[in-house]
Design a protein around this ligand. Structure first.
Ligand SMILES: [Mn+2]
Length: 344
């Protein structure tokens, strides 16, 4: 039995338009998030099942189109698709959806039908809402299939999360061949056969690192993360000197992040030139290469104030330096002064 475990598609999730430099880029990214799942099922010819551990939809009230597209693709999939509901999409358990998620190749596991057998493997799944350790233990014990898999959605690492389910030790003690978790978007193995798949594509700068799904093989007992994401978010802290112009900084960023498909948040540290190039120059240079760019300028004025005072005795510069008590305000004032009328 081979399977793909994926999670947290959050179809219909809003995407901050202002983070992209053009409308086209924003739309492109929206479609990429939307298409990620459909690309997986098209390529998944070599597995016996696709398992989705919750939060397929972002929230109740998303456009019906997202739900329709998902069901249409899933029911016609050449590979069975088994899903549970998470904390974001428990609305799909509502009676008003009837049998819409039980059609063709698609099965939604619910408390009424919490398990299905595929290729000698019993897949047991509980939504966040209906998670029930005793019921899981009973089903596991009663299972006569060769292998058992559990799907669950919630936190198993932090008790502070209101969607906390249980701890990893308890999950281990259940004796499943594999436990596929959803909720935490950073993919991670909690032990060799218990894993959060994470999401297929990152949603924002808080979701850095690789994104994809887990490929499992129950016979070989191998469970491996596979990268799927088209793009990644990076946060880059760069220390620059006051002689680095926008081109020099651009080259430094280039050396660190080679992929132009990616999104970067650049945090500038170090010395800020008093009379500098507008930051827009750097932003434009970076945007000509990367898909999305944010710059946080945390540089501090570099010039020694006493030296500066000595260079401009009995001038406005001297007055400003003597009277300022806030470094950033002083830097701004000096910059404005030097640009507008020179120093004296
Ligand atoms: Mn969740």
């Amino acid at each position: 039995m081979k399977f793909i475990h994926l999670s947290d598609l959050h179809l219909g999730i809003p995407l901050n338009e202002h983070r992209f430099s053009t409308k086209d880029a924003h739309l492109t990214r929206r479609l990429e998030l939307e298409d990620a799942f459909f690309n997986v099922i098209q390529k998944a010819t070599d597995v016996d099942a696709i398992l989705i551990s919750g939060d397929t939809f972002d929230k109740d009230g998303i456009k019906a189109y997202y739900i329709d597209r998902f069901i249409k693709a899933a029911e016609k999939s050449s590979v069975p698709i088994i899903m549970i509901a998470g904390n974001h999409d428990d609305f799909i358990l509502d009676e008003s959806y009837g049998e819409r998620f039980q059609t063709g190749s698609l099965t939604l596991l619910t408390k009424h039908t919490p398990s299905v057998v595929i290729n000698e493997t019993e897949i047991i799944g509980f939504s966040t809402l209906d998670f029930d350790l005793d019921a899981i233990k009973k089903l596991k014990k009663a299972s006569t299939a060769k292998h058992q898999i559990l799907l669950a959605h919630g936190d198993v690492l932090s008790k502070k999360d209101r969607y906390y389910l249980t701890d990893v030790k308890t999950l281990e003690s259940l004796g499943f061949d594999y436990i596929g978790l959803g909720h935490i978007h950073k993919h991670q193995f909690l032990n060799p056969n218990i894993a959060y798949a994470g999401n297929l594509e990152p949603f924002d700068f808080s979701e850095r690192g690789d994104k994809g799904y887990i490929l499992g093989d129950l016979e070989k007992k191998t469970f491996t993360f596979k990268r799927h994401a088209k793009r990644a978010y990076h946060k880059l802290k760069l220390t620059v000197s006051d002689t680095d112009d926008s081109n020099a900084i651009y080259e430094k960023v280039n050396a660190e992040i080679p992929s132009d498909a990616d999104m970067i948040r650049l945090v500038l540290k170090g010395d800020k030139p008093l009379v500098g190039e507008p930051l827009e120059n750097l932003k434009t240079r970076l945007e000509s290469k990367y898909f999305a760019v944010e710059i946080e300028d945390e540089r501090k004025p570099s010039k020694d104030l006493n030296t500066l005072k000595a260079e401009y005795p009995e001038s406005l510069v001297e007055v400003l330096i003597d009277e300022a008590d806030d470094d950033d305000a002083l830097a701004l004032a000096l910059e404005a002064l030097m640009e507008s009328e020179g120093a004296s």
